[in-house]
Design a protein around this ligand. Structure first.
Ligand SMILES: [Zn+2]
Length: 580
């Protein structure tokens, strides 16, 4: 009996010990990553053991499983409103958005455990960890990243809808995205870390870094990020043996020819975060380095970020508050950005010589990187982006209630909205979609629009009780403007939310309309003159009777005003609306 009891004690001690080691640490080769259930059980065990960690679920993912968030809080306070009152800084860490790039999953488990075990959660920092974001993809394990050096098995990039979740932050096709935005807007972090692994050319660095594109980030945040945070992270990573490079976004085939900054528009995690004045980091470990090195580099990067945020917590929270006030008062917004190719910087780069040899497979010449020929040399970095398109904000946007997904997303993102108390006709600045390009094949489930051209018209438009009015005087201004202005690269219009307005609902039969058209031009000689002028510049029109008839139809009172009219109106004056 005593023997049995002892055996039980030994077994349970073993169980406890192993529960505190990650599968990565337990494996002698350190070439394994936790499965979804291993990761969640690990955090559940920490939650049970420590009052400073709470594992919470938010919403669902596309595979019907809730999204988890592990929160580490030194004083055991898990209410973000209370935490903000205490002027603490919140870091949100996202893992497994691409489950085939799993370093962050294992590194975060180790970081959470170590902070708890050593009692090292900073008093002024709360750390929120999404253990695995793409739950669906992480369950679909295999070896789908052919060029990657481990781990043995890992999840798949696509989620249950085969979506790349790192393109889904605006269109929000997945439940994962909705649940993430719930977490993001409830916790309202100051810093986001989204962990990845990169493909591409070979070089000496285990880890490279994309930080929020500095020019499109609020200048208060950007100044601190580029002046203090990024230099600290590079220096401290190097001191600990991990030299870091800006993300190697090649201009040409090899990095020797220069690299460019990466513009993460709002569809990406850090691009989305920037709309909320949140500084974002995407560490990208290199696929050819061992998994063990990659996990260690990711761990170190997160630990250093925690250390830095602990040191500068006051500055970071103050900056965020200032940036938010600044955004609420901002009048002009940049919708799209372009690289300024004339602005070059030189950076020291630790690469491998790129050489050519004959391919064993095809016999053609092939590229390879000679790891026996490391080099350090100056290469060019172009990372200055300038506005490509700016817009002046209206006083408010009026959004008909029929566009329900738009309303839901605005609400989810903390946008304050009022509703019309009664049916009303309102004078608004309306956009007509004059032209746009559309991709030929679907991208991430959408026929994305770009190069949108608009005609602006002041019109009296009928709205109905319950339609929404969104004043552009909020902390969420960037989210509001960049999603609702149809010319934005990642606007709701670009992602097909408003495609139904592009279709015409009525038309005419030529033989019937002929007589009516004759009457129209008889009664309106000015229109006839306009048509004649149009014919002078448009030879196609001159040659075609049906085009001329169509032209008259489009300029008549019969033509539907709503065709190609963007349904969200812009209120340009301080007109008092009856709102609830
Ligand atoms: Zn990735």
């Amino acid at each position: 009996m005593i023997k049995l009891f002892l055996l039980f004690i030994i077994l349970s001690l073993n169980f406890q010990a192993s529960a505190q080691l990650t599968p990565f640490e337990q494996n002698s080769t350190q070439n394994v990553t936790a499965t979804y259930s291993e990761a969640i059980s690990f955090y559940q065990a920490l939650d049970k053991k420590y009052a400073q960690l709470k594992l919470i679920t938010y919403g669902l993912t596309d595979i019907g499983i809730p999204l988890h968030l592990a929160v580490l809080s030194r004083d055991g306070d898990f209410d973000p409103a209370e935490i903000r009152k205490k002027n603490k800084t919140i870091i949100l860490i996202n893992n497994g958005i691409h489950p085939g790039e799993p370093e962050g999953i294992d590194a975060s488990m180790m970081l959470a455990r170590n902070l708890l075990k050593k009692n090292e959660i900073p008093a002024n920092v709360v750390i929120c960890i999404v253990p695995i974001y793409n739950v669906d993809g992480s369950l679909n394990r295999g070896n789908s990243r052919i060029n990657q050096n481990g781990p043995e098995n890992y999840g798949f990039r696509g989620n249950y809808q085969n979506l790349d979740l790192n393109r889904d932050f605006i269109k929000s096709d997945s439940k994962n995205s909705i649940s993430f935005q719930q977490i993001f807007n409830f916790w309202r972090p100051e810093i986001l870390i989204d962990n990845h692994t990169s493909n591409g050319s070979d070089y000496q660095y285990v880890i490279t870094l994309i930080q929020t594109q500095k020019d499109k980030l609020n200048p208060i945040l950007s100044g601190y990020m580029t002046g203090k945070m990024v230099p600290y992270l590079y220096t401290e990573m190097e001191k600990s043996g991990f030299f870091m490079s800006p993300y190697v976004n090649n201009v040409a085939e090899i990095p020797d020819n220069g690299i460019e900054g990466f513009l993460e528009t709002p569809r990406y995690s850090t691009g989305y975060a920037a709309l909320h004045n949140v500084i974002g980091f995407m560490p990208e470990t290199h696929m050819l380095k061992t998994f063990s090195q990659r996990v260690k580099a990711t761990y170190l990067f997160m630990q250093l970020t925690v250390n830095l945020v602990e040191r500068d917590s006051k500055i970071i929270t103050t900056n965020k508050k200032k940036a938010d006030l600044n955004t609420a008062a901002q009048t002009n917004f940049t919708l799209n950005w372009k690289l300024d190719t004339t602005q070059l910087a030189q950076i020291l780069f630790k690469g491998y010589e790129a050489r050519r040899k004959k391919s064993e497979v095809t016999g053609f010449e092939r590229l390879y990187y000679d790891r026996n020929a490391p080099f350090e040399k100056q290469i060019t970095l172009r990372d200055k982006f300038v506005p490509a398109l700016e817009v002046q904000k209206p006083i408010a946007y009026v959004v008909p209630q029929s566009w329900e997904k738009v309303i839901q997303l605005l609400k989810l993102n903390g946008v304050e909205m009022k509703q019309l108390k009664a049916d009303s006709q309102i004078d608004l600045d309306m956009y007509y979609i004059a032209d746009y390009k559309t991709v030929e094949r679907p991208y991430e489930g959408h026929y994305v629009h770009s190069n949108v051209l608009l005609n602006r018209v002041m019109q009296k438009v009928q709205f109905y009780k319950g339609d929404f009015v969104v004043y552009v005087n909020q902390v969420q201004n960037r989210y509001i403007v960049e999603t609702l202005e149809p010319q934005g690269d990642d606007s709701f219009f670009a992602w097909n939310f408003f495609d139904s307005v592009l279709g015409r609902k009525e038309g005419f039969s030529a033989y019937v309309f002929e007589d009516e058209a004759a009457k129209i031009v008889r009664n309106d000689p000015r229109l006839l003159k306009q048509l004649e002028e149009e014919k002078l510049v448009n030879p196609e029109l001159t040659k075609s009777g049906s085009l001329q008839l169509n032209w008259i139809y489009k300029h008549s009172i019969y033509y539907e005003k709503t065709h190609s009219r963007y349904p969200v109106g812009r209120l340009m004056n301080n007109l008092k609306l009856d709102l609830k």
